[in-house]
Design a protein around this ligand. Structure first.
Ligand code: PMP
Length: 366
């Protein structure tokens, strides 16, 4: 009997529920809910032809344009097939069987998944009752000399942030540990440590075109690190993992930065609007720095998610994670979508568990 590698024998396949979403209100996977800048489509129509499609991708010019946009040198940047591919590249470059990965709990599950594929062990550091990551807990985990610490900043599904001060402490405390700061939601938070790649030789930053830029279908991500780390990652990487279509659209998307900025402003206003509505309904939520809000709906949360689905509104039910029983995550999109979501939530209010108002400002209590 042919068997897969040891680390894969008992690994459960990672299978996000991403089918049948076209034409629905996609408030479940934190994408741009209205689509990319129309200019991207126009430019694509001009570029697309049979000759172009028949050629292998050419990267150099686009890499220079993208590197300039991110204010790094092309040598400090690696283009990947989405962040998911970036995580795989990081794991394949640096992780040996038996190595330790440290992640917050809860967080984006793909760090652990790809680390497990490499045969690594994952140490989960629990967030506190406000879903913040206590620095002391990370520092204690660093004593185990992990190979890699992965921090989504803002974190998914909580929307919470690790401060720059804490990141600096972590980076300095563990010079032998790779610290990944996954900035998939940077456009919404405005906080970045990207310029630090020149200062901290153990820092890796990732960005994606899947969220604010509205190009999730194309799978376009970037890894940033100092030239030496970047060179190591280039060695084992599939040289053609990014296709010409993704590359052309990413280059065009950054030319329409104003469109993205306007979308981000709209999302931030709607996030505040959604949070006010949740407060009116007495529902507890986690203050977010991203384009989504994690809310505690209580025992009937899955019923609420199903009810919204019947109205064609897709939201993410996190109840499958034991620490998130009763929690739903709503992606925030356009004003019309947010109004519709709020109206449907108000109709489902009788199914929600509400918080007793104690005068406390803390809205994220579990
Ligand atoms: N990082 C985080 C924190 C995410 O939430 C997601 C998507 N849910 C990703 C990475 C994946 O991004 P991409 O589409 O670039 O693979």
């Amino acid at each position: 009997m042919i068997k897969p590698r040891k680390s894969l024998r008992r690994l459960k396949r990672y299978k996000p529920p991403l089918e049948g979403r076209a034409g629905k209100f996609r408030l479940d996977f934190n994408e741009n809910t209205v689509g990319c800048a129309p200019g991207v489509i126009r430019a694509l129509r001009k570029t697309l032809n049979a000759d172009w499609l028949s050629r292998y991708p050419e990267y150099e010019e686009s890499r220079r344009i993208l590197a300039r946009y991110f204010r790094v040198s092309p040598d400090e940047m690696i283009l990947t097939n989405g962040t998911d591919d970036a995580l795989k590249v990081i794991c394949e470059t640096f992780i040996d069987p038996g190595d330790v990965l440290v992640v917050p709990a809860p967080t984006f599950p793909v760090y652990k998944y790809f680390a497990s594929v490499q045969g690594a062990e994952t140490l989960q550091v629990p967030c506190d009752e406000n879903f913040l990551l206590p620095r002391e807990r990370v520092m204690a985990a660093l004593k185990r000399k992990p190979r890699w610490v992965a921090l989504a900043n803002p974190n998914n599904p909580t929307g919470t942030m690790v401060s720059k001060k804490d990141l600096r402490t972590i980076l300095k405390a563990a010079p032998g540990t790779l610290v990944l700061v996954d900035e998939a939601y940077y456009d919404f938070s405005g906080q970045t440590v990207l310029p630090w790649i020149r200062k901290y030789p153990n820092l890796i930053v990732t960005r994606t075109f899947s969220k604010a830029f509205g190009l999730a279908a194309l799978r376009m991500g970037c890894i940033f690190a100092n030239v030496k780390l970047a060179e190591m990652m280039r060695r084992g990487k599939n040289p053609f993992s990014v296709n010409s279509l993704a590359l052309a659209c990413a280059v065009e998307a950054i030319r329409h930065e104003d469109y993205v900025k306007r979308y981000v402003e709209e999302v931030l206003a709607n996030r505040a609007r959604l949070c006010r509505a949740l407060e009116r309904m007495g529902v507890s939520y986690v203050p977010s720095s991203a384009n989504f809000v994690l809310t505690r709906m209580g025992k009937r949360s899955s019923e609420i998610a199903r009810r919204l689905k019947r109205k064609r509104i897709l939201v993410r039910d996190w109840g499958y994670e034991s620490i998130l029983g009763g929690y739903l995550r709503f992606t925030v999109g356009s004003s019309a979508q947010t109004r519709l979501l709020i109206a449907e939530l108000e109709r489902a209010q009788h199914l929600m568990e509400t918080i007793v108002r104690s005068g406390s400002k803390n809205k994220s209590r579990r």
